[in-house]
Design a protein around this ligand. Structure first.
Ligand code: HEC
Ligand code: HEC
Length: 207
């Protein structure tokens, strides 16, 4: 009898342990992780909903208000025939490089895209860390740090793949609602960026 109750107690203890494990390990299943409501381990059965991208050719589209101060502007025109961007072919540059933009009424690529915010570090002979390049921004704290160097009018390679940050627009319905409203520093920020003038706000820098 005594033996029996010991066994019963062990069963209860194991049971409680098992329930504990189930809630910690099993509370988020692979089926409930994705907004697509499908198992994230196997997406082969998913057919994406058909959406329509804007047909307006470059020059015929209406610019879209910026999502917030210095947000990357959304692409308002069609990108059919302009993507994919490849190593040797980037048609976006044909209209958006600053020297041509005005003639086709496109917004010129901003100054920030001609700066290297990850300046190359080199160790000098004396063991000190110095940075290569023409410094365009550094902190005013007596350190040898560098914020940005100039790329001398050559597009910074990290900006080459435009559609990594600038995206074409479709009529897809958002899966999650969003009530965010931007609070622009000034009205111009609704359709123009001024990142190179403001990125160091609040940080003591000399240029
Ligand atoms: C044939 C010229 C042309 C080409 C090529 C082109 N664009 Fe444009 N782009 C424009 C024009 C003109 C506008 C202004 C809106 C309009 O008139 O359609 C514009 C607007 C934009 C805007 C919005 C700018 C703003 O101020 O809101 C972005 C972002 C953009 N284009 C990105 C791209 C990207 C990325 C590519 C390459 C995939 C590209 N464009 C290719 C001419 C072009
Ligand atoms: C790493 C992300 C990133 C990439 C890649 C990128 N941009 Fe941008 N772009 C931004 C952001 C962020 C802004 C707004 C802040 C600023 O001006 O730097 C911007 C601003 C712009 C603007 C608006 C300028 C203005 O005066 O309002 C244009 C036009 C533009 N980019 C074109 C391009 C084109 C064309 C490419 C490809 C050659 C490109 N960008 C690549 C992030 C990116």
């Amino acid at each position: 009898m005594k033996k029996m109750s010991k066994i019963a107690l062990s069963i209860v203890v194991i049971g409680i342990f098992a329930v504990g494990c189930a809630t910690t390990n099993g509370s988020v299943s692979d089926d409930s992780l994705s907004l697509r409501k499908a198992n994230v381990q196997n997406e082969s059965s998913i057919t994406l909903k058909k959406v329509n991208y804007t047909n307006a050719a470059p020059g015929e589209a209406k610019k879209i208000e910026r999502s917030y101060d210095n947000a990357p502007p959304l692409i308002p025109h069609s990108v059919v025939g302009l993507v994919p961007i490849t190593r040797n072919n980037n048609s976006c540059l044909g209209c958006h490089m600053p020297e041509v933009a005005a003639s086709v009424h496109a917004t010129p690529i901003p100054k920030s895209h001609f700066m290297n915010f990850r300046p190359t570090e080199v160790i000098a002979k004396n063991g000190k860390l110095i940075k290569k390049g023409d410094i365009v921004a550094r902190p005013n704290d007596g350190s040898n740090d560098v914020f940005a160097t100039s790329t001398h009018g050559k597009l910074y390679a990290g900006r080459y793949n435009c559609t990594q940050c600038h995206v074409a627009q479709s009529n897809a319905k958002p899966l999650v609602g969003n009530t965010f409203k931007p609070d622009y520093m000034n009205k111009q920020q609704m359709n123009r960026s001024n990142f190179v003038n403001t990125y160091d706000q609040g940080i003591n820098t000399v240029k």
